[in-house]
Design a protein around this ligand. Structure first.
Ligand code: NAD
Length: 294
């Protein structure tokens, strides 16, 4: 079967170009440049990379960005103080605290200390609650990016059986809500699978749209997939490789080479969900600057 790549790199570039155009119009009208701020605790390699990509995306669309670096020994109290400064800073439209945080810091407490109006990651309970009942909200970037990607390729979700593997607060759970909601990019019948799901393969084989957000390298194999399915691979795994200059290669939660020939559409890793996630954060920041949500 001929499959089509869901090209997140291409679509994210299109969306960034659209946003850059809008920002240049805003500036011509004398409006302020949108400003995204990020707090990075410690020097975790993956977090450094993600934050660097976010800062670069800000430059590409004409946003102002600022990065606040804190030692990985910072106290919870000191981190909350930094957050409160950003909550009050009128120049900052939205900000993120890059996760994960050191174990001794409560992520829940940190997320709850962010002003929901500036929570462009969409992790605050107020935004999650508003999203759940269909009110305007900042929606978590990865789920929003996946929906935008499918939407740009005109993939029908209405009435389809969508199976999601993984129930994390930032990907699987919000996706299950958004896809089942009564909306143009929802109306799907959703099954949310997780580590306690029995007969996983029997369920995934029924999926018209299969979304893998498990965090296990190449977990989804060809025997788990219905021919013609749409496959969305959220996983990111860095593996050693002697075929690349950097010595590293990225793999997903799906065994791409054997699954791709079976499906109608599939996201690659890299170049699928990752770039869409970053562009969603940029979209949320623009919405914050334009006061579209609150
Ligand atoms: P997580 O790691 O917090 O949780 C994994 C989920 O998978 C859990 O809900 C668990 O129940 C489920 N799971 C684990 N083993 C399972 C099994 N054997 N069978 C069925 N379910 C199982 O999830 P996350 O934070 O959503 O991350 C998932 C993956 O996506 C990771 O590889 C992460 O790096 C990646 N990720 C990518 C992006 C992106 O922008 N592309 C964004 C966020 C996360």
């Amino acid at each position: 079967m001929d499959f089509q790549i869901l090209d997140g790199k291409l679509i994210s570039k299109q969306i960034k170009d659209e946003i850059a155009e809008e920002v240049s119009q805003m500036i011509k009208r004398g409006q302020k440049q949108p400003h995204l701020s990020a707090i990075l605790v410690g020097n975790d390699g993956a977090s450094e990379t993600y934050v660097a990509h976010k800062v670069k995306a800000c430059e590409q669309v004409g946003f102002k960005s600022s990065l606040i670096r804190l030692e990985d020994t910072v106290s919870e109290e000191a981190l909350i103080k930094e957050i409160e400064k950003l909550n009050k800073n009128n120049d900052v439209n939205g900000f993120i605290v890059q996760l994960p945080l050191p174990n001794y810091i409560s992520e829940d407490k940190i997320i709850e200390s962010i002003d929901p109006k500036k929570d462009v990651d969409g992790f605050h309970p107020v935004n999650v609650g508003r999203m759940t009942i269909g009110l305007p909200a900042f929606v978590s970037a990865t789920p929003q990016g996946i929906l935008d990607l499918m939407n740009r390729y005109k993939i029908e979700t209405s009435g389809k059986h969508c199976v999601i593997i993984g129930r994390s607060n930032i990907v699987g759970k919000p996706l299950s809500i958004l896809l089942s909601q009564k909306s143009d990019i929802g109306n799907a019948t959703v099954t949310l699978c997780h580590s306690r799901t029995q007969n996983l393969k029997e369920i995934t084989k029924q999926a018209d749209i299969l979304i893998a957000a498990i965090g296990v390298k190449e977990f989804v194999t060809k025997d788990m997939v219905k021919p013609g399915a749409v496959i969305i691979d959220v996983g990111i795994h860095r593996v050693k490789s002697d075929q690349t200059k950097s010595g590293w290669k990225l793999k997903g939660d799906v065994k791409f080479d054997e699954v791709a020939p079976l499906c109608s559409y599939i996201t690659p890793v890299p170049g699928g969900v990752g770039p869409m996630t970053i562009v969603s954060l940029i979209k949320n920041t623009l919405a914050a600057a334009k006061k579209e949500v609150y």
